[in-house]
Design a protein around this ligand. Structure first.
Ligand code: ADP
Ligand code: MG
Length: 273
């Protein structure tokens, strides 16, 4: 189903997708407004397969909006975003992008896993039911296959013994690890993390970072919004600073975090370190 949403005018495309695609995630000239407030101003960002990118920046700088635009939880007004050469929420017709219908967006969105600050687990489902829900609903696996895969995933995040627990019976760190297992269940090409440890008590942060660190080591492509600068330095291949909807600085963590060039980056790091 690639019908277009009705009465959609199309958005200006910064770069058509058929131009050489070099990265797994290609963000080109992306702008986004809420009403008259433009919160992303022409963002360009390429993420290579297997790369771990830490997205840093002050509150309100547009980090969540950008992350949500990558899997089309937010629409964009200008520019283009592709994952492995494909749009999640749009189809190119002529030189404009038109929004796809929900069913097709949902199908394409399975390429991208997302982990939120507040876990967002289904409260009425057990841990293992949270992990199997999408593969079963989307008929990616039989129930038996989905359950077997979910057990493996829960073991991978250290929760093999919590499969039948409901979210309310789990700590925040455990809930977030279930959320990571759930995000992996559809075998996405990319995982997006939006401040995955911000809602956790300090003693629970480490267990979640350990799981993310393992994913990074295994070569999973990750984009992580975080204020854990030490973690970004250790795990990220690249850090990207966002300020007021613009990429103001990016590069290798050692260089950027130890020796920031931009005054706003310096100020941000002084506050969080
Ligand atoms: P960050 O994640 O870096 O804190 P956000 O992407 O959440 O920043 O927000 C960027 C800007 O967009 C902020 O000024 C915020 O108030 C505004 N914003 C975010 N979501 C909405 C929304 N749904 N409606 C209106 N304004 C929003
Ligand atoms: Mg945010």
């Amino acid at each position: 189903d690639t019908r277009l949403a009705p009465s959609f005018d199309g958005i200006a495309v910064a770069a058509p997708p058929r131009r050489a695609v070099s990265g797994l995630i290609e963000i080109r000239g992306v702008s986004k407004s809420y009403g008259s407030h433009e919160v992303l101003h022409g963002i360009d960002l390429t993420v290579q397969p297997g790369q771990v990118v830490a997205l840093l920046g002050p509150s309100g700088s547009g980090k969540s909006t950008l992350l949500r635009a990558i899997n089309h939880l937010e629409s964009i007004d200008r520019g283009s975003i592709t994952i492995d050469g494909q749009f999640i929420g749009y189809e190119l017709r002529g030189d404009r992008l038109f929004e796809l219908h929900e069913a097709e967006i949902l199908r394409r969105r399975t390429q991208v896993g997302m982990v939120f600050q507040n876990f967002n687990l289904f409260p009425h489902l057990t841990a293992i039911e949270n992990v199997t829900a999408a593969p079963i609903a989307l008929k990616r696996a039989t129930k038996a296959e989905a359950l077997a895969q979910a057990r493996t995933l829960l073991e991978r995040v250290g929760l093999g013994d919590k499969a039948d627990h409901y979210p309310r019976q789990l700590s925040g760190g455990q809930q977030q690890r279930v959320a990571i297992a759930r995000a992996l269940a559809l075998k996405p090409n990319v995982l997006l993390f939006d401040e995955p440890t911000s809602a956790l008590d300090p003693e629970l942060v480490g267990e979640v970072l350990d799981v993310i660190r393992e994913l990074a080591k295994e070569g999973t492509t990750l984009v992580i919004v975080t204020h854990e600068i030490g973690f970004a330095r250790e795990v990220a291949d690249r850090v990207v600073f966002l300020d007021e909807g613009r990429v103001i600085e990016e590069g290798a963590p050692a260089a950027v975090l130890s020796n920031p060039k931009n005054a706003r980056t310096k100020e941000f790091l002084r506050k969080v370190l």
